[in-house]
Design a protein around this ligand. Structure first.
Ligand code: MSP
Length: 498
C-alpha cells in the first residue's frame, strides 16, 4: 500500500522554531512507522516562499524576496536532518517545476469555468495572507492572530467560485466522517461550510512575488492556492525519472496546525474538485505548542530554538518529549522544566536504564550470550501491543500509541524488580530461572525498542545493534519474534545526565 504524509510548508519569513519542528517530527514518526510495516512511503515537507509575508520581510531587510527565501529555505531544509526526520523530498514553492504545475492545474480550474474576474474590497492580514470576514476579525479591525491592524484592500482579482462547492463539500463531509480529525476540528470545518461559502480571491494584482496567472500577466496567484498545491505538484517532479502522482495521490495524511484548518479543510478539497483531482484521504489537525498560555510564534517572540535543544539532548529526546507531553491533536504547554523532567525520569531512568541493566546482566551472568529459554508467559499480555499501536498510528493518535508502548516499558522494569535476577543468580539450582528471566527481558526490550524505533530512531538503533538484532521490520514487534542466542555488544548510556 502507498502511504503519503505531508507537513505544511513553512513560511520563510523567519527562522524555524519548535512549532515547525513539531509537525515535522510527527509526520516523521508516521512515515517511519509505515516503512517498518513495509508500506511504500512518501514523506514531504518544504517551504512556502511566495506572497506578502515574505515580500514584506524581505523589504524590511533590504533584500529581494528571492534572496531572503534562498537564505531562509536553507535553514528550514537543514532542520529535518537535525531532527532525524526522513523526508523523501523538500519542496520549495520557488521551484520552477512547482510553478509550472500550479499554472497547469489552475488553468484547468479556469477552463472548467470556476474562475471569474471581479473587484475585491475587504480586510486583509498580510501576515496570515488571508482575507478576513466580519467574524474572523479582532477589535478595531485587527488580526486576532497577529494583533496587527488589517489592511483595507481594493483591487481587481480573479475569483474562485468556492460557493459552487457548497453541496459537493457537504457531501464529502457526510460521506467521510474521518476526512478531518480530531472530531472537534471536523465539526469546526463543517460549521464553516454550513454558514454558507463565499467565493474567494484566487489572485493578487499588487504583488509580483508569486506564480504568474497564465491568462493574465498582471496578476500572480494568491499565495495560499500556490502553497496548497505543493502537496500535489511535488509528486510530479520529486523523483527526476518518475511521476509519483499515480502511486501516492490522493495523500493519506496532511498534518496541519489548527490555524490553517480553513484552507486545508475547505479551500483545498474544493480546488481539487474544480481541477477534477481526488481530495486527500485525511487531514489531521494538531494543536499549538504554548508557552505560558500563549501560542509559540515568531510574532510573539516566545520561541524555543529546536537546534539548541537537539544540541544538548539529542533529537530523540525532543521527539519523545513533544509527542508525549503534548497530546497530539490538542494544545499543550511546553517548558524546559517539563522537558528535563521527562528526559530524566522516562528516558534516562526508565527506558535507558531498562536497556543498560538488561544488557549488563547478560554480560555479568551469561558472558554476553543471551540464553535460549522459554519466554515468560506473564509478559505476553503487556508486550502483545503491536496491533494496538499500529491502529493508533493509523489514526495519527501518536500520543496514545506512545503511551501504549511506554506502559510496556514500565511493565518490563517492574518485571526486573519482581524477579530480582541478582538474587536468582546467587543460587546455582535456579540457573534455568535465570535463563528464562534474562531471555524474556532481552526479548521484551527488543520488542519495545522496535516499537519505539519510529519515535526515537537513533537510540533504538543503538539498542538493537547492542542486542545484535538490528531488524526493525514491524513483524519483529511481536514478543517471541526475536532469535535467542545472540551475543550482546556493549551499550554506552543512552541518555546521559546533562
Ligand atoms: N505557509 C503556511 C502553510 C502552508 S501549507 C500549504 C503557514 N506557515 S507557518 O510557517 O506559519 O506555519 C506552519 C505550521 O507550523 C503550522 O500549521 C503548524 O503546523 C506549525 N506551527 C507553527 N507554530 C506552531 C506552534 N506554536 N505550535 C504548533 N505548531 C505550530 O502557515
Amino acid at each position: 500500500m502507498a502511504y503519503y504524509v505531508t507537513t505544511p510548508i513553512y513560511y520563510v519569513n523567519a527562522a524555524p522554531h519548535l512549532g515547525h519542528a513539531y509537525t515535522t517530527i510527527a509526520a516523521d514518526v508516521m512515515a517511519r512507522h509505515m516503512r517498518q510495516r513495509g508500506e511504500e512511503v512518501f514523506f514531504l515537507t518544504g517551504t512556502d516562499e511566495h506572497g506578502e509575508p515574505v515580500a514584506q520581510a524581505a523589504e524590511r531587510e533590504g533584500v529581494t524576496p528571492k534572496e531572503l527565501a534562498d537564505r531562509n529555505a536553507e535553514r528550514f531544509k537543514g532542520l529535518p536532518p537535525v531532527l532525524e526526520a526522513s523526508n523523501d523530498f523538500f519542496i520549495r514553492t520557488s521551484d520552477p517545476q512547482h510553478a509550472a504545475k500550479v499554472q497547469e492545474v489552475l488553468q484547468r480550474v479556469h477552463d472548467n469555468g470556476h474562475v471569474y474576474k471581479d473587484l475585491y474590497e475587504g480586510w486583509y492580514c498580510p501576515r496570515c495572507a488571508d482575507f478576513k470576514s466580519g467574524n474572523e476579525m479582532g477589535r478595531d479591525n485587527t488580526c486576532p492572530i497577529h494583533g496587527i491592524p488589517l489592511d483595507w484592500e481594493h483591487e481587481d482579482n480573479w475569483f474562485f467560485r468556492l460557493s459552487e462547492f457548497q453541496q459537493p463539500l457537504e457531501d464529502l463531509y457526510e460521506r467521510r466522517p474521518d476526512f478531518v480529525a480530531p472530531r472537534a476540528r471536523y465539526n469546526e470545518a463543517k460549521a464553516f461550510i454550513d454558514q454558507g461559502l463565499q467565493d474567494v480571491s484566487l489572485s493578487r494584482a499588487k504583488l509580483s512575488w508569486g506564480v504568474p496567472v497564465p491568462w493574465d500577466d498582471k496578476q500572480v496567484f494568491y499565495v495560499w492556492f500556490d502553497a496548497l498545491l505543493n502537496y500535489y505538484t511535488a509528486l510530479s517532479y520529486a523523483d527526476a525519472g518518475r511521476d509519483l502522482t499515480e502511486t501516492f495521490w490522493p495523500a493519506t495524511f496532511h498534518l496541519i496546525g489548527k490555524d490553517i484548518l480553513k484552507f486545508h479543510a475547505i479551500y483545498w478539497p474544493a480546488l481539487l474538485m474544480a481541477a477534477q483531482v481526488e481530495p486527500p484521504q485525511h487531514l489531521f489537525v494538531h494543536g499549538f505548542l504554548l508557552q505560558e498560555g500563549q501560542k509559540m510564534s515568531k510574532s510573539l517572540g516566545n520561541v524555543i530554538d529546536p537546534l539548541q535543544v537537539v544540541e544538548t539532548y539529542g533529537a530523540d529526546a525532543l521527539r519523545h518529549y513533544l509527542l508525549r507531553d503534548v497530546t497530539f491533536g490538542q494544545d499543550g504547554s511546553v517548558s524546559t522544566t517539563a522537558f528535563e523532567g521527562r528526559y530524566e525520569t522516562e528516558l534516562a531512568n526508565e527506558y535507558g536504564n531498562l536497556a543498560s541493566r538488561t544488557i549488563a546482566m547478560v554480560h555479568r551472568y551469561r558472558d554476553g550470550t543471551v540464553p535460549r529459554a522459554e519466554l515468560d508467559a506473564q509478559l505476553g499480555e503487556a508486550l502483545m501491543i503491536d496491533e494496538r499501536v499500529a491502529d493508533l498510528v493509523d489514526k495519527a493518535d501518536l500520543t496514545a500509541a506512545l503511551e501504549t508502548i511506554w506502559i510496556a516499558v514500565r511493565r518490563l522494569n517492574r518485571y526486573v524488580e519482581e524477579q530480582a535476577p541478582w538474587q536468582v543468580a546467587r543460587d546455582e539450582r535456579r540457573a534455568g530461572d535465570l535463563d528464562r528471566i534474562l531471555c524474556s527481558l532481552v526479548e521484551g526490550l527488543r520488542v519495545v525498542t522496535v516499537l519505539l524505533h519510529a519515535y526515537m530512531p537513533a537510540a533504538t538503533e543503538r539498542v538493537l545493534t547492542a542486542l545484535d538484532q538490528p531488524n526493525t521490520d514491524y513483524g519483529q514487534a511481536r514478543y517471541g519474534a526475536g532469535g535467542g542466542g545472540s551475543s550482546l555488544g556493549r551499550l554506552e548510556p543512552l541518555f546521559p545526565k546533562r
